[in-house]
Design a protein around this ligand. Structure first.
Ligand code: 5GP
Length: 199
């Protein structure tokens, strides 16, 4: 047990903190800041079939696999949830979550709205769903372009998907607006802190 008080039996561990939000909204930055400051959070490394971006590391940012490998894992029921996003597969493997739980850490997931919905439908899961939104769609478009990782075609596609994702906010427990990253981190930490204190 990681709890050093005498009320350990009332304290929860292994809460899933699920972060969803449009591509380019700043999920990675937000989550990295939270991870640096909270040793109980453990980032869940997803599998994906999309190609590696500059600076990404296999096994750290994602487990990069080809479509065949991914589909085999789907068939073996190796994923807790998975989805197709922008023409590529993304999924959270059961193995990844098992290893996080073995360490009694809280799985910290960056997944899309379809994945969040799948986890939401599993009542046995102790999970908290946070939607990270941009201050506006115009600002989001600017951020995606600044990242420079996408072609014009995928930028457009990602903006279209974002519009749809924003309409799904009511399916989430919390809404954090990423206007100032510092404030967004502090909002997220408040959520995590309160959820851990729940009896
Ligand atoms: P990106 O290509 O920008 O890294 O991610 C694209 C989208 O896929 C993001 O919205 C991200 O949250 C989502 N995503 C990343 N990993 C997973 C996953 O394991 N499952 C699902 N459902 N979505 C994921």
């Amino acid at each position: 047990m990681k709890f050093d008080d005498s009320y350990g039996e009332y304290r929860k561990s292994g809460i899933f903190f699920v972060i969803t939000g449009p591509s380019g909204v700043g999920k990675t930055t937000l989550m990295n800041r939270a991870l640096e400051r909270d040793e109980r959070l453990a980032y869940s490394v997803s599998h994906t079939t999309r190609s590696k971006r500059a600076g990404e590391v296999d096994g750290e940012d994602y487990h990069f696999v080809d479509r065949n490998e991914f589909e085999e894992m789907v068939e073996r029921e190796g994923f807790l949830e998975w989805a197709e996003f922008c023409g590529d597969y993304y999924g959270t493997s059961r193995e990844e979550i098992k290893s996080i739980k073995r360490e009694e850490s809280d799985p910290f997931l960056d997944i899309d709205v379809q994945g969040a919905k799948q986890l939401r439908s599993d009542p046995s899961l102790d999970a908290v769903f946070v939607f990270l939104a941009p201050p506006s769609l115009e600002e989001l478009e600017r951020r995606i372009m600044d990242r420079g990782a996408e072609t014009e075609d995928t930028i457009e596609k990602r903006i279209r998907i974002a519009r749809n994702e924003l309409s799904r906010i009511p399916e989430f427990d919390y809404l954090v607006v990423n206007k100032e990253i510092k404030e967004a981190v502090s909002d997220l930490e408040a959520i995590i802190r309160a959820e851990r204190l729940k009896v």
